[in-house]
Design a protein around this ligand. Structure first.
Ligand code: ASP
Ligand code: MG
Length: 422
């Protein structure tokens, strides 16, 4: 059997949804489970609705109305027959959000976030399943929350692999004998049946969980790029497609910030030796990239650019060394504020990192660190990572840049830089 994953961009309009359903149609005679993300930017919009509701900063109902209109526009374009039950189903799904918004917010923020934001994936999968059935495909809509079982770390839930695999293996193979399954990425549920989410962009990970549990032959992530490229075309004009990639290189690239695949996706597939294809939904006959067991290293150097970096240098006020107790208190502060470290370096009396400038939580972190440490900060920086670097590639990215910190090992070079004229 195989698993497909379609992200938000692939289903952002009625035209794109038709394209996705045509791709599914080509594989209708094989055993197939399809994981889908929320439509377009729905997750961001639902996150904003949650924020407006809890902090009362803007009108959550008005924002919800816009999102509803967007979804109904898609429905109207897909279904000529307005008596199709999908119209009621989608309206009722939106009512679930309205019920939450009508109450005063009392629960924990992260819990509320998951209850509201998870609805994006319920909506998109209902629409795609409904439209596939309308086109006479043997599709069955499955609620991922019955299978992806997690702890209660809301917004970043940890999967209970034993229970999840057991449930998937017991129930889904017989469904796959008769049907193509359409289910949600990104969401799961706790043992008390509360909805959780797996961390932003987590649908790839969901697809990997289903694939690993079902011992799939392969999994395909359908994207708007031709496959894994050696750099993000957003930052680089000459990019090359990498036809074949080892699991290890793929893990390293995503760890350093290549956004083509969610970093948690690859390990479970590597454990089961399941090939991961990254292909273009715009050009579905092209082979794209295959990630699998191979001794081949990357054929070309790969570049990862992260802009908006904050450099934080931390020194104990008492000039104690940067050893275990200082490091553990520093890491704890990062963890509590949900800040991920993109690059780190320590010397005897200082520890420095580069993190994404995510605003408020970075400033809270700095205030907390300042109680015990002397902290200096620089903003507006860029972090460049080159896998399989050489001097020529380094020179190429350093034009008009000044290096603030550089780390190298045999395969990877990371440079934190700023523009020379600043
Ligand atoms: N819809 C979720 C998000 O945007 C999950 C995903 O797209 O993978 O974060
Ligand atoms: Mg998305």
């Amino acid at each position: 059997m195989q698993v497909f994953k379609f992200g938000g961009a692939s289903v952002k309009s009625s035209e794109n949804i038709k394209n996705v359903v045509s791709i599914i149609e080509k594989y209708k005679n094989s055993e197939l489970l399809v994981v889908v993300s929320a439509i377009g930017k729905t997750t961001d919009k639902l996150a904003k609705i949650t924020d407006s509701y809890v902090k009362k900063t803007s009108d959550a109902f008005a924002l919800l109305e816009d999102l509803k209109n967007e979804h109904f526009q898609v429905l109207n374009e897909l279904f000529e027959d307005k008596s199709n039950p999908i119209f009621d189903d989608i309206a009722n799904t939106f009512v679930e959000i309205e019920w939450i918004l009508e109450e005063e917010p009392q629960d924990d923020y992260d819990y509320l976030f998951d209850q509201i934001v998870s609805i994006g994936e319920l909506l998109s999968t209902k629409i795609i399943a409904g439209y596939g059935q309308y086109r006479s495909l043997p599709i069955k809509w499955v609620d991922a929350r019955d299978y992806i079982l997690t702890d209660n770390t809301h917004r970043e839930a940890n999967v209970d692999w034993v229970k999840t695999e057991e449930k998937i293996r017991k129930e889904l193979p017989s469904v796959l004998d008769e049907h193509i399954i359409v289910t949600q990425g990104y969401i799961g549920s706790t043992s008390e049946n509360f909805t959780t989410t797996l961390g932003r962009e987590g649908s790839d990970y969901s697809a990997a969980i289903f694939a690993a549990s079902l011992n799939a032959e392969n999994i395909t992530i359908w994207k708007d790029v031709p496959g894994v490229l050696n750099a993000d075309p957003k930052w680089f004009d000459q990019t090359e497609l990498i036809p074949e990639l080892s699991y290890t290189d793929a893990i390293e690239l995503t760890y350093y910030g290549a956004t083509v695949i969610h970093p948690k996706t690859i390990k479970p597939l590597q454990n089961k030796k399941i090939t991961l294809n990254v292909r273009s939904f715009l050009n579905p006959d092209a082979p794209g990239t295959q990630i699998k067991t191979t001794n081949q290293t990357l054929p070309v150097p790969s570049f990862i650019f992260k802009v908006n970096q904050v450099f934080i240098n931390i020194q104990p006020r008492d000039f104690s060394f940067i050893v275990e107790d200082n490091l553990s208190s520093i890491f704890n502060a990062f963890h509590k504020n949900r800040i991920k470290i993109n690059m780190m370096h320590n010397s005897a009396i200082s520890f420095s990192v580069s993190v994404d400038d995510t605003g408020e939580n970075v400033w809270t972190l700095l205030e907390q660190l300042e109680k015990r440490y002397k902290v200096s900060v620089a903003t507006g920086l860029e972090l460049i990572t080159i896998r399989y670097y050489n001097q020529e590639t380094i020179d190429r990215v350093l034009v008009n840049k000044e290096i603030i910190r550089e780390l190298k090992d045999s395969y990877t070079c990371q440079m934190l830089v700023k523009n020379k004229d600043e």
